[in-house]
Design a protein. Structure first.
Length: 290
């Protein structure tokens, strides 16, 4: 059994980007610049954005963090996005989700220029993904593809099961795995909360991707012997013995499932790190597209 260590695979992506940045600097060109918008002070969102900004600086990208109070109006937020759309010095824009209830996430996503949409959530980019056109792939599924590439996971002809059908993880991942490209060509089943016989469906998966948000739900009895198991889930579970008062848990009961899987991602230290790698690659691509 191998552990699909996101530290190794994300470092490999970052090393490649570091070289690209070095070359840009040698040529006297500016470096890619990511703008991140954070509304309010949700603990998990703060952590994610801080990590994205830190990773930008580690590889030599510029980044700007634009913060708004939780009660910012939708108009004010949309205006800020439009300003970034029109700023030639900005290559990529991300708005950390979730947003407060009074702001329409859909409106926000659709206001970001598709050319700067490095999260890949804009309907134009989502449509291109469905049609197999070059586009910004949402960072988490893109990160998983980069992980498959790094660990050379064979996907062709395999049965893949994706649990979760969100626009940011499950749905695009199912499209990528079924696509006609090197780390696609799977026969894909997509599951959700109305799926019947989830256990039987999962037991037939050569590749299982779980993006639910239900800690420890995936047990060994749902796993085919030798399956590749990718755990996207991230849930903060209260734990008084932990320094921060909580621990990060994935969907997969790691110790149980590891007895049957041929390869498995840890949480933390797996897909989360690859999400950032995907975002950084998209930001470089947005820069190069100019
Ligand atoms: P959503 O809540 O949007 O989607 C969850 C999906 O799981 C839904 O499609 C839901 O079905 C399905 N689901 C819920 N319960 C069950 C069940 N009992 N059986 C089968 N399917 C079920 O979440 P996201 O896609 O945004 O995120 C999923 C998880 O991944 C979360 O833990 C999130 O924190 C994490 N995440 C991790 C990232 C990373 O970088 N590692 C990045 C993004 C997310 P239905 O559609 O019917 O409601």
């Amino acid at each position: 059994m191998i552990i699909l260590d996101g530290k190794k695979s994300s470092q490999s992506v970052k090393d490649e980007l570091i070289l690209q940045v070095k070359q840009l600097k040698e040529e006297g060109r500016r470096v890619p610049h990511l703008a991140a918008i954070l509304v309010g002070n949700n603990g998990a969102s703060e952590t994610y954005v801080a990590s994205k900004v830190k990773n930008c600086s580690e590889i030599g990208f510029r980044s700007s963090l634009i913060r708004f109070d939780v009660d910012v109006s939708e108009d004010e937020l949309l205006e800020a996005i439009i300003k970034l759309n029109n700023d030639d010095a900005i290559d990529g824009i991300l708005v950390q989700l979730p947003l407060p209830k009074h702001i329409s996430e859909q409106k926000v996503i659709e206001t970001i220029s598709p050319k700067k949409d490095v999260d890949g959530f804009h309907p134009i980019n989502a449509g291109k993904l469905v049609q197999g056109m070059p586009t910004f792939i949402p960072a988490t599924p893109y990160g998983m593809m980069l992980m498959f590439e790094y660990f050379n996971i064979e996907t062709k002809g395999k049965n893949a099961v994706v649990i979760g059908r969100s626009n940011i993880v499950g749905r695009p991942m199912s499209i990528l795995l079924s696509g006609n490209h090197q780390f696609g060509n799977c026969t894909v089943t997509i599951c959700h909360s109305h799926t019947k016989n989830l256990e039987a469906i999962c037991s037939n998966a050569d590749i299982l991707v779980s993006a639910i948000g239900n800690p420890g739900m995936i047990k060994a009895n749902m796993i085919k012997q030798g399956a590749v198991v990718i755990d996207v889930g991230i849930t903060r579970v209260e734990d008084a013995t932990a320094l921060k008062g909580f621990r990060i848990k994935g969907d997969v009961d790691f110790d149980d499932v590891a007895t049957k899987a041929s390869a498995i991602t840890p949480v933390p230290g797996g897909v989360g790190l690859m999400t950032i790698a995907g975002l950084l690659k998209n930001t470089m691509q947005a820069y190069l597209n100019k």
